[in-house]
Design a protein around this ligand. Structure first.
Ligand SMILES: [Mg+2]
Length: 206
C-alpha cells in the first residue's frame, strides 16, 4: 500500500466503525478444498458436514502435518470463486464500515489473498493475515466481526463486539449465543434491520 492510500485508509477508519471480516468459509467454500487435500494426502478426514467443531482437524491429523494442508488450501484459493453473494456483501459493508479482511493463514499468502480479492471485485480497506486475528478486536473503532469459527465468534462477543456468522456444522456449538445466518444476504438484512445503511449521517463526523 502506498503512503497516500494508507493515509486515506486511516482517515476512513476514523469516521466509520470497523468491521473485521473472515475469508475461509465466510467468503468462499474452503472446507471442501481442505477435505479433498487432506484425503489426497491419505488422512482419514470427516466430510465437512460432520465437523462438529472447528478444531476437529487435530483429532485426525497431527498438528505439524496440518499446517501444510492449510497452506495447500490457501495456495489453491485463486482457483476457486467466492460465494455468489460475497461481492454485494462487501459492497454493503464497505459503504458502512472500514473493512478489514482478516484471515488466519501464513502471512506469506497475503499477496495472493489480495490478488484473489481484486480479481473477484471484492471491496476492502485492509487485509490482515496472521495466526491470531483476535488481536485486531482490541483496535479502537471495531464494531462488528463476521466469521464462521466458533472460538473466534465467542472471543468477539466477549470483547463486546457484534459477532455474526454464517451457519456451519462446526459452529452449532455457539448457536445459542451468537447470531448465525444462512447467507451473507441475511447478514446484510440483519444489519439493515439494526439501522446500518439507513442513517444518512452514519460514517460522517458530526
Ligand atoms: Mg473462516
Amino acid at each position: 500500500m502506498n503512503g497516500r492510500l494508507k493515509n486515506v485508509s486511516s482517515e476512513v477508519s476514523k469516521i466509520k466503525p470497523t468491521a473485521i471480516i473472515d475469508v475461509d468459509e465466510t467468503l468462499w467454500n474452503s472446507s471442501i478444498v481442505m477435505y479433498n487435500t487432506a484425503r489426497a494426502l491419505g488422512y482419514e478426514f470427516p466430510v465437512p458436514s460432520d465437523w462438529t467443531h472447528w478444531n476437529i482437524f487435530w483429532e485426525y491429523v497431527p498438528k505439524e502435518k496440518m499446517f501444510p494442508v492449510f497452506d495447500a488450501v490457501h495456495s489453491a484459493q485463486n482457483n476457486h470463486p467466492p460465494y455468489l453473494e460475497a461481492e454485494d456483501f462487501l459492497d454493503f459493508m464497505r459503504r458502512n464500515y472500514h473493512v478489514i479482511i482478516a484471515s488466519h493463514r501464513d502471512p506469506k499468502y497475503h499477496d495472493e489473498l489480495e490478488q484473489w480479492l481484486r480479481e473477484n471485485n471484492l471491496q476492502y480497506d485492509e487485509v490482515s493475515t496472521s495466526f491470531d486475528k483476535t488481536e485486531l478486536f482490541r483496535r479502537p473503532g471495531v464494531e462488528v466481526v463476521v466469521d464462521d469459527r466458533d472460538e473466534t465468534l465467542e472471543i468477539a462477543a466477549s470483547n463486546g463486539l457484534l459477532a455474526l456468522g454464517l451457519r456451519k456444522p462446526w459452529n452449532r456449538v455457539v448457536e445459542d449465543k451468537i447470531h448465525l445466518f444462512w447467507s451473507l444476504n441475511d447478514i446484510v438484512e440483519y444489519l439493515m434491520s439494526q439501522g446500518v445503511g439507513k442513517n444518512p449521517n452514519r460514517g460522517r463526523l458530526t
